[in-house]
Design a protein around this ligand. Structure first.
Ligand code: 26Q
Length: 827
C-alpha cells in the first residue's frame, strides 16, 4: 500500500476481483451472512448497503495498491493537500460511477429487495467540512485521482462532522452528527503508521559533542495520531489516491504514574482529553474564535501529517534531506494548517539536526498557501500566551522566523517602522497575537487566491506589502467543481442527453461541452424539448424533496429560484428575502404586469453562535409561512427553507434550478463554487460582480447572465458615506417591504423579533450595504421574469450556460496548480 519500499513496489501486485453481476451478488451475500450475520430475507437496507460498500471497496483495492506501487519510487515528486476540512459527502455512487459499475451493480441487487436508490440513501454524508472550502478540497481530491496526479489528502477523522440542522418553530436547532455510528465501510485503519504528537512542556537548549547548539522539546503531554485511509477513485482510469484522516487517542503510557498511584479515574480523564482533539468539527466558517482546542486540532494535523510525509519519503528509499523539497510539496488549505511551516522547521532542526538556513530553504521550497477570504474577521490570529503554553517550541521558532524576516524588510525599506509593524508575524498591541496568514506567506513559495477578482483584491489590499517584497509569489487559481459528482452523477438525465449529442468525452474533458453551443440555437426544437424535459424531471424530483422536508408544494412549471449556501450577512440572503416580500406585496396590490410564478428555495446552516444568521433563518421561515398560506397568493409564489442543506441535497437541488442566486456584496465572496454547480446544470445566474461570478459572466456572455449591483470599488468608495435612508426615500417599493417587516406582519405572535434585522440593514454602518443594491436587484429580477416567459429563449440560455461551463471543472484547476505550483510529473 502507500508505503512500500522500492523493492516491494517492483513486485507483482494482486489481481483485481471479477466485476460481473454474479460475482458482485455473491460477495454481497457473503458479507451479509459472514460479516454481518444477516440473511437475505428481512435484511434491513443499511446492512445491504454496507455489504455492497465492502464489495466495491474490495474491487478498488488492487487499483489502490498498484497506484502506490507505481509511484513509490525514489525521486517521484508528490503533493500533499492539507486541510482541516474535506466535505466529501457520499462515496458509494461516486465509486460506482468511476468504476463504470452502475448497470452491473443494479443487476447484482435483484435478489435483495432493495433498489440502488434505496441503498444509496443509507449512506450518511461524510460532513467533515463547513461549506465551500471543505467541498473544494473534496472536488480537488476527485480531480487529482482522475488526472492520475500523485496527491494525498491529509485531514482529521472527526467523530462528529458538521451538525445536523432541524427547524423548530422557524428557528434553527442543532443535533450532533454521529456519522460513524454504524461504522465507515470505506476507511482502512493503519495502526502501523501511528504518529506521536507533542503538546505543552518546555524547551531545553544544549550543545552537542561538536559544539553545535540544539533545542529539544521536553516534558510534553503526547497524544497519538491514528491514520484512517479513504480511497479516492479516479474516473475510469484505475488510479486510486488516498485521503488520510488522523484520529487522536491517548498514548499507551498515558496513565502509568497515576494508574500506579491508584488515581484510575484521573488517568482515564487524561485519555479523554487526548481523544477530544478529533472529536468535533468547528462549525464556524467565517470568524475565528480563538479556542484552544481548535489550535490543538491544527497542530495535531500539521505535525502528524509532516511526520508521515517524511516517513513515506524515507520509506521510498530517500535519505538526502537537501532533496526533500524536490520530492514534496504541501498545499495548505487556508491558514488552518499553517503551523506546519514552524513544525517542519522544528522537525528538520531538532529531529534531523539541520541548521537554520538549510531547514528554512527546504521549508520555503515545499510550502504553498491558498487564501479563501477577504473578510478581516476571518483572518486567523492566535494569542502568543496560548502558543507559549501549548506549543512553546513552535513559538520560539515563529519568533526566530519573524526576527529574520523583519531584518529582510528593514534592509529593503530602512527606517520604515510602520511597514515593519504592519508586516510583523507578531501583532503587537494589548494582547500579542500570531498572524497566521503572515506566517503562511513568509513560509511559502506560492500564495494564491481562488478567483481572479479575489486574487487581485488580495494583491491590492491585504497582501500589498508582501507583493512589494515578493511579487512573484502571488498567483490566482480560480476554483472549480468536479463534473463527475456535479453533473454525471447528480444529473443523469441531462448527462445522457449531452452524451447522445457529443459523446461521453466531456466527463473527463469538460471543455468539450462547447460542442453543445450550436444546439442552443432556437432551430433545434427536438433538442430543446429534450433539454426542457430533463430539467422538468429534475424539478419534479426536487419538488418531492421540498414536499417531504418542508411540507410545501412546488409547481414544477414555475421558475425555481434557489439560494443555498452558508447563512451569512455578506452572502445577503436578506436581499433575497426583501425581493420575496416585494413580490408578495405586488400580489397583495394586484401589480401583476410581467409576473412569473416562482418557487423560492433557500437553504443553509448558520454557525451556532451567529445570532444574526440564525435570525435570518427565522425570517425566511416566517415569510414562507405567511406567503404560502395567504389565499391571495394562490400558488403564484411559494417559499421554502430546506432544512439541513448538505452535499447530498445539492445533488438534487442543482440539477433542478432555473435561477441561481449569487448575490454577495461585491468584493466579499472570494469565489463561490455553488455558482459553478448551478451553471453546469443549466441554471441562469442572477449575481453581483463578485468572486467567480465575474468569470462565469465572461464565459457565458452578459446576455445570458443577470448582473446587478455595485462593484467592489463602488462598495469601498461608498463606505463612510452610506445613507440607507436615501434609498428608502427614493423607492416606495423598498419602503413597502421595510414597512411590512416593521409592522409585524410576519411575526404577529413574536413581536419585535426582526428588529435586529431592520436595525442592521437600516444602519449607515451596514458593511454589506444591502439597501444600496435593492433597486438594481429588483430590476434584474424583473428582467428574469420577463425572460422566463420566452420559454424557448430561456432554454437557449440554459444550454449556453452548460455549454460555457467547461472552465469551471476542477480538472482545469488542478492542471493549473500542477503546472504552476506542484510540478508533479505525469504518472
Ligand atoms: C477558522 C478558525 C477557527 C474555526 C473555524 C475557522 C474556519 C473554518 C472554515 C474559517 C473559515 C472556514 C471556511 C471558509 C470557506 O468556506 N470559504 C469559502 O471558500 C470557498 C472555496 O475557495 C470559496 O468559494 C468561498 O467564496 C469562500 O467563502
Amino acid at each position: 500500500m502507500p508505503d512500500q519500499t522500492p523493492l516491494q513496489a517492483c513486485q507483482p501486485t494482486l489481481e483485481s476481483l471479477p466485476v460481473t453481476a454474479d460475482a458482485i451478488r455473491q460477495d454481497i451475500k457473503q458479507y451479509q451472512f459472514y460479516h454481518l450475520g444477516r440473511i437475505l430475507k428481512d435484511c434491513p437496507p443499511v446492512y445491504t448497503y454496507r455489504a455492497l460498500a465492502w464489495t466495491l471497496r474490495d474491487r478498488l483495492m488492487s487499483d489502490w495498491m498498484n497506484t502506490y506501487a507505481r509511484r513509490d519510487l525514489p525521486g517521484k515528486r508528490r503533493a500533499y493537500y492539507m486541510s482541516l476540512e474535506f466535505l466529501i459527502g457520499r462515496a458509494l455512487s461516486n465509486h460506482v460511477l468511476n468504476l463504470d459499475l452502475d448497470k452491473t451493480a443494479r443487476a447484482s441487487l435483484q435478489d435483495f429487495g432493495h433498489s440502488m436508490e434505496e441503498l444509496v440513501e443509507e449512506e450518511p454524508d461524510a460532513g467533515l467540512g463547513n461549506g465551500g472550502l471543505g467541498r473544494l478540497a473534496a472536488c480537488f481530491m476527485d480531480s487529482c485521482a482522475s488526472l492520475d496526479l500523485p496527491v494525498m489528502g491529509y485531514g482529521i477523522h472527526y467523530e462528529y462532522g458538521m451538525f445536523r440542522q432541524r427547524i423548530e418553530n422557524g428557528y434553527q436547532k442543532e443535533d450532533a452528527d454521529h456519522w460513524l455510528r454504524d461504522g465507515n465501510p470505506w476507511e482502512v485503519e493503519r495502526t502501523e503508521f501511528i504518529q506521536r504528537v507533542q503538546f505543552g512542556g518546555r524547551t531545553e537548549h544544549f550543545t552537542d559533542k561538536e559544539g553545535v547548539r540544539h533545542a529539544r522539546w521536553v516534558d510534553t503531554s503526547d497524544v497519538l495520531a491514528i491514520p484512517f485511509d479513504m480511497p479516492i477513485s479516479g474516473y475510469r482510469n484505475h488510479a486510486v489516491n488516498t485521503l488520510r484522516l488522523w484520529k487522536s487517542t491517548a498514548t499507551d503510557a498515558f496513565n502509568l504514574d497515576e494508574f500506579n498511584a491508584g488515581s484510575y479515574t484521573e488517568a482515564v480523564q487524561e485519555k479523554n482529553h487526548a481523544e477530544h482533539i478529533s472529536m468535533v468539527l468547528y462549525p464556524n466558517d467565517s470568524s475565528e474564535n480563538g479556542k484552544e482546542l481548535r489550535l490543538r486540532q491544527q497542530y495535531f494535523l500539521a505535525s502528524a501529517s509532516l511526520k508521515d510525509a517524511l516517513r513515506q519519503w524515507h520509506a521510498a528509499g530517500n535519505s538526502d534531506l537537501s532533496k526533500f523539497a524536490d520530492d514534496n510539496v504541501f498545499q495548505m488549505n487556508d491558514t488552518h494548517p499553517t503551523i506546519a511551516v514552524a513544525e517542519l522547521m522544528r522537525l528538520l532542526m531538532d529531529d534531523y539536526r539541520l541548521d537554520w538556513d538549510k531547514a528554512w530553504a527546504i521549508t520555503t521550497q515545499c510550502m504553498a498557501y491558498t487564501n479563501h477570504t477577504l473578510l478581516p474577521e476571518a483572518l486567523e490570529r492566535w494569542s502568543v500566551a496560548l502558543f507559549e503554553r501549548l506549543l512553546p517550541r513552535l513559538l520560539e521558532i515563529i519568533y526566530e522566523i519573524n526576527a529574520r524576516f523583519l531584518r529582510t524588510v528593514s534592509m529593503k525599506w530602512p527606517g520604515d517602522l510602520d511597514r515593519q509593524r504592519r508586516m510583523s508575524i507578531i501583532e503587537e498591541g494589548g494582547v500579542q497575537q500570531v498572524r497566521m496568514a503572515w506566517l503562511a506567506i513568509v513560509g511559502s513559495f506560492s500564495v494564491n487566491g481562488v478567483a481572479a477578482l479575489h486574487s487581485q483584491l488580495l494583491r491590492d489590499g491585504l497582501f500589498r506589502d508582501f507583493v512589494d517584497l515578493w511579487p512573484d509569489k502571488f498567483n490566482n487559481k480560480t476554483n472549480g467543481v468536479t463534473p463527475r459528482r456535479w453533473v454525471a452523477h447528480a444529473n443523469p438525465g441531462m448527462s445522457a442527453l449531452i452524451t447522445r449529442e457529443i459523446g461521453d468525452g466531456w466527463v473527463a474533458d469538460l471543455s468539450q461541452l462547447e460542442k453543445l453551443k450550436p444546439l442552443a440555437e432556437l432551430s433545434n426544437k427536438a433538442f430543446h424539448a429534450d433539454w426542457h424535459a430533463a430539467k422538468r424531471a429534475n424539478k419534479e424530483r426536487l419538488a418531492a424533496l421540498v414536499k417531504a422536508d418542508c411540507g410545501v408544494e412546488f409547481n414544477p412549471d414555475a421558475l425555481f429560484d434557489v439560494q443555498v449556501k452558508r447563512i451569512h450577512e455578506y452572502k445577503r440572503q436578506l436581499l433575497n428575502v426583501l425581493h420575496v416580500i416585494h413580490l408578495y406585496s405586488r400580489i397583495k396590490k394586484g401589480h401583476m404586469q410581467g409576473w412569473a410564478d416562482r418557487c423560492v428555495l433557500i437553504g443553509g446552516k448558520a454557525a451556532p453562535g451567529y445570532a444574526m444568521a440564525k435570525r435570518i433563518i427565522k425570517l425566511v421561515n416566517s415569510v414562507a409561512e405567511v406567503v404560502n398560506n395567504d389565499p391571495d397568493v394562490n400558488g403564484r409564489l411559494k417559499v421554502a427553507f430546506l432544512p439541513n442543506y448538505r452535499v447530498s441535497s445539492m445533488e438534487i437541488i442543482a440539477p433542478a434550478t432555473d435561477l441561481s442566486e449569487q448575490i454577495s456584496t461585491a468584493g466579499k465572496e472570494a469565489s463561490g463554487t455553488g455558482n459553478m454547480k448551478f451553471m453546469m446544470n443549466g441554471a441562469l445566474t442572477i449575481g453581483t460582480y463578485d468572486g467567480a461570478n465575474i468569470e462565469i459572466l465572461d464565459a457565458v456572455g452578459e446576455d445570458n447572465f443577470f448582473l446587478f449591483g455595485l462593484r467592489a470599488g463602488e462598495v469601498d468608495a461608498l463606505r463612510g458615506h452610506y445613507q440607507p435612508h436615501t434609498y428608502l426615500e427614493q423607492d416606495h417599493e423598498l419602503r413597502d417591504v421595510i414597512d411590512l417587516i416593521g409592522s409585524g406582519h410576519f411575526n404577529p405572535v413574536e413581536p419585535g423579533i426582526f428588529d435586529m434585522i431592520l436595525g442592521a440593514i437600516l444602519s449607515p454602518h451596514d458593511p454589506w450595504m444591502t439597501l444600496a443594491d435593492f433597486r438594481s436587484y429588483v430590476d434584474a429580477q424583473n428582467l428574469v421574469s420577463l425572460a422566463w416567459h420566452d420559454k424557448a429563449n430561456w432554454t437557449r440560455m440554459s444550454i449556453l450556460n452548460t455549454a460555457s461551463s467547461g472552465f469551471f471543472s476542477t480538472d482545469r484547476t488542478m492542471a493549473e496548480y500542477n503546472r504552476d505550483i506542484w510540478k508533479l510529473r505525469p504518472a
